[in-house]
Each structure stands twice: as C-alpha cells, then as structure tokens.
Design a protein around this ligand. Sequence first.
Ligand code: APR
Length: 247
Amino acid sequence: MSTNIIQIGNQERVFVLTGAGISAESGLPTFRDSDGLWSGHRVEDVATPEAWEANPELVWQFYSMRRRDAERCEPNPAHHALAALESQIGERFFLCTQNVDDLHERAGSHNLVHMHGELFSSRCEANCGEPVFSDRNLYESAAQIPACICGAQVRPHIVWFGECPLEMDRIMREIDRCSVMIVVGTSGNVHPAASFVHWARQRNLPATPRVRTYYVGPEPPLNAGAFTEVILGKAGEVLPNLFSVEP
Ligand code: APR
C-alpha cells in the first residue's frame, strides 16, 4: 500500500473520476477483470441499442441482476473518503462517476454526476418527454417490462455502447477549472472518460498553475503514462489516508 499524500490547497478545485474498481471492495464485480461482468456476458447482447432492439427481455434480465447485486452492497471506505473530502472542501469538489450503482450517494457525496447513467432509474425508450424516474423493480420476463404512457417500452437509464455520455458540458467545465484530478479504479479503456486526464493536461500552459493528475488502483491503467503519479493499491485502503486539506 502507498503512503503518498495529495496536498489540497485552500483555493484548489478537485475533480474526481471513478470507475468500477472503487465498488470492487463493496462486492460488485468490475467489467474487464478476469471475473468481471464482460467475462460472463457479451457486451453486444446486453449493453448496446441493438441488443435492446433484438432482445429487451435479456437486457432487462442483465440489469435486474445488477440491481439485485447492488442492492445488497454497502459503500466502502473509498466511497466514504470521497464524501469526507467533499464535506471538507464543499463546492470545490466535483465527482464524475462511470458507475451506475448508488454507493457514492449512499456514502454522502452530493456534487456528482453519473456519466453512464443510473442503475436504479428507468426511462421511456422513445424519449417521448416523460421524465427519467427512480425504479428499483426487477423485470425478468418480457411480460413484466412496463410500458410508458406513450405506449413505448421502459428501458434502463443506462448509457450503452454507442450512446452519448450524460452531462458532458458540466463535466468539461469542471475539468477546465480543476487544479487536481484524481482518477480511481478505471482501466482507461472507455472514452471519453479515459481522455479526461489528457484534457486536463492540455491546460498546462506556461502561464497557468499546473494540473496535478493522480491515478489510484491496484494496477496501472491503459493511460497510466498521462498521470503525474500512479498510486498502486486498493481504493478502500489508499483513499482514506490520501488527502491533506489546507484549512
Ligand atoms: N480499487 C481500485 N481499483 C480497482 C480495485 C480496487 N479495489 N479492484 C479493481 N480495480 C481496478 C482494476 O485494476 C481495473 O483497472 O478497476 C478497474 C476496473 O476496470 P473496468 O472493469 O474496465 O471498469 P471501468 O474502467 O469502470 O469501465 C468503464 O466500461 O463497461 C463499460 O460502462 C461500463 O462504466 C463502464 C466503463
């Protein structure tokens, strides 16, 4: 485990990006590790618009299984450490998660966006104008899939491969004004999230303070070379002792 400390000055803004690795110690599988979700399921069968069109029942079975698994989990010390950092620096903290579970909220994080959607929300597949709604139900058969009032089917509020991530304008604004970027538990395979560290570095102009970028996880991600520092270790062990906040 690492003993590195990230100093956060009293004017600094912190941008955090999290991936599946931060929920691993809560018992949720990641996607690309050997026992990950993509080793047991084909992306094309359950996480694309084409999959939904071909077999909505199978897609809902996959997300129902994930709802059931996530319901049983609790936030771990990594989620709590980020919530504690937010309570110390307030609106200078921004959290962007690729995760669709609600463990950050349950740990007490407020200023966050779920760029890949939310497991416990659903919406109309036709985007008819009905709002996204919170939904903890399980749909295991075609007959159980609810219909929107417009008549179309209700789908998971998840960003599938080939769809646009959510809230990108807000995310880019926050990347533009952060001075510290901390990326936790993501393999660096999926863009645009894997590009955030590059976008932050592009702002390193001679006249502006340098953005410091850190990665935390048990192994270096694909984009490891772009970080100021890669801190090897499990999120739940590293994050609780990682920050030193200037009063
Ligand atoms: N602490 C921190 N990191 C961990 C831990 C841990 N305890 N355990 C595993 N990891 C790391 C792995 O080393 C790996 O780099 O978490 C990362 C998980 O990577 P992926 O499975 O690829 O998950 P992620 O990067 O979040 O996937 C991105 O891809 O499938 C889509 O939309 C899905 O949001 C997801 C996106």
